[in-house]
Every structure is written in C-alpha cells, then in structure tokens.
Design a protein around this ligand. Structure first.
Ligand SMILES: *Cc1c(COP(=O)(O)O)cnc(C)c1O
Length: 391
C-alpha cells in the first residue's frame, strides 16, 4: 500500500515510520555516528552504491522518518528538518544566495526573519528590499536583474494577512526567481503552497507540526532541484535536529489532522464570539467576512488556523489588566500547542521599539494575539469573558 496516496490522517499516522524488530513506533536512534561492517562497505557507500548512515550531522533514521512523513503531508518531493524554524530560514537563504544577489521580502514577516534580512544579510553583500504585504505591483517593481529570491509568509503574524500564493508563484516563474513561503501559520492541513507553484515551503515545526509546546523544530519542503544545495549547507554548517526532537515531532504529527481540525474550529468559534463582544473593537481572523483578504483566504485555504488576533476596547493599562486577569490562557509567545497562549505584541514582541515606531507598523497598545489550544471552546470563551469584564 502506498501510504503517500492515502488520506492525510492516514499519512499522519503511518507515513515515513521506520518500524524496527516489530516496534509499532519508530525508535529514537540516539547515536551520533554509525558503524560500517568493513572497508568494502565504506567503499560502496562512498561510491554511492549503497545507502548507509555515516555521521549524525549528515542524517539519522529517526530524523529521516519524520522528514518522510512531513514531505508526504506537504506533498513535497523532499523535506529537510532543522533544529528550529529560524535555522530553516537562514539555511535556505545562505544555501541559495551569494554576494551581489538581491532578495525581496514582505513587510509583516516574522520579526527575526526581517531582522536577519535587513540587519544581517547586507553584511554579506546581499541586497534586501522589503515591500508592503499585498502590494504585488510594488513587489514586481522591486525585482532587479540580480533578484534571486522572493520570500513571503501566509498567514502573517499578528494580523493574519494572506499572501496571494498563485500570484507570487506566477511572479517567480515570470522573472525566474525562487519563491519561498513561510507557511507556519497555515500548515499543510490548511494550505499547500507547493501545489500553487511555490518553490520552497518553510515551517517552524515548533508550532502546529510538533504541536505540544515542548520542542523547537524547523522544516524546509521543496523539490530535488533545491533540496541538494540546502542539505549540503546543513551538512557543512549544522542546524540538525537531535533524534529525541525528531521522535517528538513524529509523535506529534500522528495527531496532526485531529489537532488542526479542532484548532481551526475552536479559533473560528472564538473569533465569531469575540466579534460580537461589546468590549472588543476589532477581530482579525481570515474566516470572518470582515477580514481584509477573506475571499483570497477562502480560495487558497481549507481551514484558517488556530490564531485569533483582536483589539480590545481600552487603553494600554486596561489591555494589560485584561491579560493579567486571564486564568486559563497563559501569557506566552508561540502557537499550535495544547495550551491556549496569549501575547501582547506591543510589549512581548516589539518592546524594543518606541510607541510611535510600533504604532507606525500597526502594533497598537490594545492588540492581543490568542493562539487557541485543545481546551474546550466554552472554557476558553468563559476565560476571555471574565477577563474582558475588567475593562
Ligand atoms: C516561530 C516562527 C518562526 C521561527 O521558528 P523557530 O522554530 O522559533 O525558530 C518563523 N516563522 C514564523 C512564522 C514563526 O511563527
């Protein structure tokens, strides 16, 4: 039976598993190096005539099992795992770019992705242009002779803006530029950017993929065309996941479809209830008709993810009081795990900016981001209700 042709829940359970001596689950191969039987085996391996594990930085069976499962879920030819999402981002850029090249990013990218691009890449002679999310004329106008990469996200943090994946891949093809989408907030259950022609999909596996708030993980999903160069970069520089994390990722992925179904549903219900709440000014969730790219989201997404962002009706002090009054939702960054986590982007993420600077990029005092967990939706809503009552 070809598991890769099965349904997504079946892939999540059985895809890529390396059953060993009758074990139902893939073992954790906690080994940094691998034994050759004799020098003949070494010769066959180095000649490419026999596959073999050699050294942990080059690959590990537990890692490979998780990579195979993820590649099937994403519909990718290849998957490469990293120790975290930012390793996946930086390795992809470094492996595919050189001095004198140009990269275009959208402006509401993940904070450390933008930091890396704007403040670090120029040191290596890589030119960087940041264009407003959703402005495809500006994006095309920014393309130069030396542009090699177009990097965007969808949905974005914290406003859950939606990038037009088909349009970005079309721009990429027209100008022969590699297109990269950070799909962390959507995930393979909700969207498949590779199917729309995007070249490379990146995930912070820390979030929905591993799904338990207990490991850091990153993944690059792509075709063989790009995989080799990124894998070679990892072999050279590291950023490899350890076998224990790979096991936890594999274990987390078995319930991936179940979790996404539940989190999509919970977030939708929370968003709908908050939109009607008298203490809420505005809700940002792609499933709501009030969302700026609702139509586009419906076209390219199956579900809309587990993050709901909203403005409360109050000042900074009242917003902080609301957060402090929550009992079930925990004040913490990240998303995609069992525990509902809530953050205040102005103070948790953008604390280093002045108030004027962050308001200029749309991060207001009253903005709150909720990542719903697996709790009962009524309990999450009750917690929000009792805390909103203090405003
Ligand atoms: C968390 C996150 C990252 C970084 O991933 P880490 O696993 O924390 O390194 C990158 N992009 C997005 C959209 C994220 O949410």
């Amino acid at each position: 039976m070809d598991i890769s042709k099965s349904g997504e829940s079946t892939i999540a359970v059985h895809g890529g598993e390396r059953r060993w001596r009758g074990s139902v689950t893939t073992p954790i191969v906690q080994s940094s190096t691998f034994v050759f039987q004799n020098m003949e085996e070494v010769a066959l391996y180095t000649a490419g005539k026999k596959s073999h594990y050699e050294y942990g930085r080059y690959g590990n069976p537990t890692q490979e099992a998780a990579e195979k499962k993820l590649a099937m879920l994403e519909g990718a030819e290849c998957c490469l795992l990293f120790d975290c999402g930012m390793s996946a981002v930086s390795a992809t850029v470094f492996a595919l770019m050189k001095m004198g090249d140009h990269i275009i990013l959208t402006d509401d990218a993940y904070k450390q992705t933008l930091n890396f691009a704007e403040n670090f890449l120029p040191r290596f002679g890589i030119e960087v242009t940041v264009v407003p999310m959703g402005d495809y004329e500006k994006m095309e106008a920014a393309i130069r002779k030396n542009t090699v990469m177009l990097f965007s996200e969808s949905p974005t943090n914290p406003y859950l803006n939606i990038a037009d994946l088909a349009r970005i891949s079309e721009l990429g093809r027209k100008h022969k530029i590699t297109t990269v989408i950070d799909s962390t907030f959507g995930g393979p259950y909700n969207q498949k950017p590779l199917k729309t022609g995007i070249d490379i999909v990146i995930h912070s596996g820390t979030k929905f993929l591993a799904g338990h708030n207990d490991i850091l993980s990153g993944a690059v999903m792509t075709s063989r065309k790009f995989f080799g160069r990124i894998k070679d970069f990892q072999k050279m520089t590291g950023g490899v996941p350890d076998p224990n994390s790979c096991f936890l990722l594999l274990r987390g992925l078995k319930t991936y479809s179940l979790r996404m179904e539940r989190q999509n549903q919970t977030a939708l219900e929370v968003a709908q209830r908050l939109e009607k709440h008298p203490k809420i000014k505005r809700v940002y969730y792609p499933a709501l008709p009030s969302h700026r790219q609702h139509k586009l989201a419906k076209e390219q997404m199956r579900g809309f993810g587990g993050v709901v962002t909203f403005d409360v009706k109050g000042n900074l002090e009242q917003t902080l009081k609301f957060l402090d009054t929550l009992k079930l939702c925990l004040i913490a960054p990240s998303l995609g795990g069992p525990e509902s986590l809530i953050t205040h982007p102005a103070t948790v993420t953008y604390y280093a900016m002045t108030r004027d600077e962050r308001i200029a990029i749309g991060i207001t005092d009253e903005l709150v981001r909720l990542a719903v967990g697996f709790e009962d939706v009524e309990d999450i809503i009750a917690d929000l209700d009792q805390a909103l009552a203090v405003i």
